[in-house]
Design a protein around this ligand. Structure first.
Ligand code: CNA
Length: 451
């Protein structure tokens, strides 16, 4: 298992999010799962309005899966840590983001059963969001069906000239593919062309923005983490770790100057996503990227979930007052630490990007239910090591094809219905656009966005 990254603040180890959860925790007992099931079915209020048993704080709590008691996180007063030290109760669930932690393994943990419970937890925690999603899902389905009907009417006109037998043969080919376990490049291209896939979900990461001049994190040599030695950080991720930022924001300011402030333009991958939106087959984009280049390419905000936040707004981390993101960028450029001007606050201002150790936005959890509805998942430019984002992959139904377009095979799991397109992302996406016969449309989208 990957050793969890940890940061020592005031003598305590603070775990960060940038880890692969352990999948074989030996301390997770069947009875804990039963306890949690009971808790989720009986105490919905506990999830929405929980208080630490010791300090009554409600901001960031965990529940113990052994005794069902609620205590606050390390970021508050560490009462759950004290509870574990006193009782040796090892497995806890975070009310902030639904992650599970084992104190003995010193790691986030996940199993198929926990994943299922995590989803139940999300449904209880965000019922309105889920309802909204369902409504917009129904709306989307209606829209797709109307569009389909229009297409069918069009096709009917075209197919008047087509021999019926040829059409039957096409239908047969598609139904045969459903039974197949391998997913081929040909099926990928044909499935998009013929609109067999109508609810495509993209899961993307820093690799899609590298050709826009924004370095990724982990590519050896060029990635941001390779360039951080001079800052003498305990480990590279510390620069984007909330605990470290509170202690010393300077590395974040220095590293962000250039990284966050550069004016970048959408890449081939962003235009490809916009092209599939225009083609009517995009269900949603989940990105870890904070740059928002999807929006610059013309993808509407309602089709985008920026799981790790964005640069459009900034907030004081103490009193949560909103601040102008442009002023934040100016401060980053000047190297001036931007502080809250509310009376007696002086809290640090931070762009609304999710730092390691911070909660993910609500829409990440509420929209993750869309994965149940997708018919094709395209993963691009990500090493899939940051959780819970990487966990989205495990929510994809096994009959739904996953296509990974990345330099290396970061999925690293044997899966049916999987296609890996390795190598440079722009080169591969250009080939896909060409093979789809959509180069003309793609060029028009690119020209329109550049105007
Ligand atoms: P990562 O871990 O740095 O992985 C990037 C992946 O992309 C790696 O697998 C690379 O091999 C691959 N890759 C890079 N360039 C290419 C290329 N030209 N062709 C093919 N593959 C390529 O980044 P992740 O997104 O997986 O990690 C998640 C972090 C990165 C999130 O928290 C982001 O917020 C964060 N991040 C975002 C940005 C941005 O907004 N543009 C930039 C840097 C980091």
């Amino acid at each position: 298992m990957n050793k969890p990254l940890a940061l020592v603040i005031e003598g305590k180890e603070v775990p960060c999010f940038a880890v692969s959860p352990k999948t074989d925790c030996p301390h997770l007992k069947e009875e804990y799962i039963e306890n949690l099931k009971k808790l989720l079915s009986e105490s919905e209020n506990l999830i929405t309005s929980n208080s630490c048993e010791e300090c009554q704080d409600q901001s960031e709590n965990w529940v113990c899966l052994v005794c069902s008691k609620v205590y606050c996180a390390r970021a508050v007063k560490s009462h759950m840590v004290s509870h574990n030290e006193k009782t040796n109760h090892d497995i806890v669930l975070s009310f902030s983001d639904g992650s599970f932690w084992c104190y003995v393994c010193d790691s986030y943990i996940i199993t198929k059963q926990l994943e299922h419970l995590q989803r139940t937890f999300g449904k209880i925690k965000y019922p309105e969001e889920e309802q909204k999603q369902k409504e917009s899902k129904t709306e989307n389905i209606q829209k797709i069906e109307e569009a389909k009907k229009e297409d069918e009417d069009e096709d009917d006109k075209k197919n008047e000239k087509k021999p019926k037998l040829e059409q039957l043969f096409e239908d047969l080919t598609i139904s045969e593919n459903k039974e197949k376990k391998e997913f081929t490049y040909e099926e990928f291209i044909q499935g998009i062309k013929t609109k067999k896939f109508q609810k495509i979900i993209f899961l993307t990461g820093a690799g899609i923005s590298v050709s826009a001049g924004i370095p990724d994190f982990r590519t050896p040599g060029t990635g941001l983490y390779s360039q951080l030695e001079k800052y003498n950080l305990p480990y590279p991720e510390a620069v984007f770790e909330i605990g470290y930022f509170k202690k010393d924001p300077k590395p974040f300011y220095t590293v962000s100057n250039g990284f966050l402030t550069a004016k970048a333009h959408p890449t081939t991958s962003h235009f490809f996503q916009k092209m599939l939106f225009d083609y009517g087959v995009l269900l949603h984009i989940f990105t870890q990227n904070i740059d928002g280049l999807e929006l610059d390419a013309g993808v509407p905000l309602e089709k985008l979930c920026q799981a790790h936040g964005h640069l459009r707004t900034a907030h004081c981390i103490k009193c949560h007052q909103e601040y102008d993101a442009n002023k934040m960028m100016e401060c980053i450029q000047k190297g001036e630490i931007y502080k809250c001007d509310a009376e007696n606050c002086k809290g640090l201002i931070k762009p609304d990007v999710v730092f390691f150790g911070e909660k993910l936005p609500v829409d990440f959890f509420s929209k993750s239910f869309l994965i149940e509805d997708t018919d094709l998942v395209v993963v691009m430019g990500t090493s899939l090591v940051v959780f819970p984002f990487a966990n989205l992959i495990s929510l994809v139904h096994k009959t739904v094809p996953i296509v990974l377009i990345n330099r290396e095979n970061s999925l690293q799991q044997s899966r049916e219905n999987f296609l890996f397109i390795g190598g440079d992302i722009d080169t591969n996406v250009e080939k896909i656009v060409h093979d789809l016969g959509m180069k003309g449309t793609y060029d028009e989208i690119k020209t329109a966005a550049q105007k």
